[in-house]
Design a protein around this ligand. Structure first.
Ligand SMILES: [Zn+2]
Length: 455
């Protein structure tokens, strides 16, 4: 699927829109009215929203009809609405409001929060356009209080030493993570691993990637864009899976810090089985929610990725459907990537596939062969890409998770956020291990952890 089809498919599957309604959304023209000179925020909005909406004007054109006007700070609205107003409330908290105009942002507003608001803006604009057609609970006004969102306002000024760390996944969340990390003083060495190549279907949500990147390795492409923004963090691309990096061969304590930005639950569990010293993770649940999670060995009864992303019935149903569509076995599907033997089986069923499909994720080929219209089970929806603002929110949140845990100021290991609603800080919680987890409850895993990381 190309970028447009990915977006159509997300709107149809997650929002239950008809094909023509999805087209109307994607072809919509938005107006950003910004007269106060807040170019930074305006730029982030264009980056994030531009991945979903075809045209965004920053100058008002009389002959153009706008489906939504995004009014920044105390700029005067130029259309008859619907509007989304962005700025500060009377207490200086940051707001996105569909009902009332906002004041100027405090001068002290950090760029990170402009990025965060740009992500929330995607949901607020869709809600303003679609009203009750949005199938998620949503707030008319999103209020972000920076002093609640992070435990320490100094987080943006303190040096954050990542040491040597690995990032698994250079897709949508990986893109947004590295984009967001530029607002922190991060140093160290980060290996960026991803075996996949940039495809047209990634362009609808990977903030950095452009048309001219199609066909190039995701890892090297992401590093090329992000490195200039992160002068004290050395990025090193690895064009294959994490398990195949040279350091992994010797075993031991090589994977001290792992940042997880892969796109499947199984992929996350697979990475947990490597027993990383620390895991920083963020994921998306369709376009409804983002989740951030952290764990450190020894787990001491706290949740790992196996607990958070346990294999559920929905996932089973989807995998079974993939085996039926591709003509391969369940064991093969659970390998994540297509291997030589599976390629033969798939090409026997689909002789029209003439290109090399070895190394492609099963879900990618499944989506291509099915098309959005024929994805039938609820489980299949989990392989659909979310819209850009949701992945961007997950990446931004991941940047915060990493920095807060490295500075040792975070008190929770799990947080769920909806881009449609106000952040609920009570959901910042300590998640304990699950009795169903395939890792925590296994003796070999516990022993392995002690061998590598000590008690
Ligand atoms: Zn677990």
């Amino acid at each position: 699927m190309n970028a447009r089809e990915e977006n159509t498919s997300a709107l149809r599957s997650f929002m239950h829109l008809e094909a023509d309604e999805a087209d109307q959304v994607l072809d919509a023209t938005l107006l950003i009215t910004e007269k106060g000179g807040n170019k930074l925020f305006c730029g982030f909005l264009l980056e994030v929203l531009g991945k979903t909406f075809k045209r965004i004007d920053v100058e008002f054109h009389e002959d153009q009809s706008y489906v939504c006007e995004f009014v920044i700070e105390n700029s005067k609205a130029l259309t008859l609405g619907p509007w989304v107003f962005a700025g500060a409330d009377k207490d200086g908290k940051l707001i996105l409001s569909r009902i009332k105009a906002a004041n100027q942002f405090p001068a002290s507003t950090r760029p990170f929060f402009y990025l965060l608001l740009s992500c929330y803006a995607g949901a607020s604009i869709l809600k303003a356009m679609l009203g009750d057609r949005v199938p998620y609970a949503s707030d008319e006004e999103i209020c972000i209080d920076p002093s609640l969102f992070t435990r320490s306002p100094e987080i943006f000024d303190l040096e954050i030493d990542l040491g040597v760390a690995y990032l698994a996944g250079a897709g949508a969340i990986g893109n947004s993570l590295l984009f967001a990390l530029q607002f922190f003083r991060v140093k160290g060495l980060l290996y960026v691993t991803d075996p996949d190549f940039v495809s047209d279907g990634n362009l609808n949500r990977c903030l950095f990637f452009k048309n001219s990147d199609i066909g190039n390795p995701k890892a090297t492409t992401l590093v090329a864009y992000a490195q200039p923004l992160l002068p004290s963090l050395k990025l090193y691309p690895i064009k294959y899976e994490l398990a195949r990096v040279p350091a992994a061969k010797d075993g031991g304590a090589w994977l001290k810090r792992l940042i997880v930005a892969v796109d499947s639950r199984r992929g996350r569990r697979h990475l947990q089985s490597e027993i990383p010293g620390e895991v920083f993770d963020a994921s998306t649940t369709g376009i409804a929610e983002v989740v951030t999670h952290y764990n450190k060995q020894p787990l001491d009864g706290r949740a790992c990725m196996g607990c958070i992303y346990d294999q559920d019935a929905i996932e089973d149903a989807h995998e079974k459907h993939v085996t039926e569509v591709l003509g391969v076995t369940l064991e093969q599907v659970r390998q994540n990537y297509i291997e030589a033997e599976a390629e033969i089986l798939i090409k026997r069923k689909y002789p029209q596939l003439t290109n090399n499909i070895i190394g492609i994720p099963y879900d990618t080929l499944f989506k291509e062969l099915c098309g959005a219209g024929r994805l039938v089970t609820d489980g299949d929806k989990q392989v659909l890409a979310p819209l850009a603002f949701v992945s961007a929110l997950a990446g931004a949140l991941l940047a915060l998770t990493i920095t807060e845990h490295i500075l040792n100021i975070s008190s929770y290991n799990y947080w769920r956020l909806s881009p449609w609603c106000n952040p609920n800080y009570r959901l910042q919680q300590v998640m304990l291990k699950s009795s169903k987890c395939e890792f925590c409850n296994r003796l070999a895993f516990q022993k392995g952890s002690i061998e590598i990381w000590g008690k």
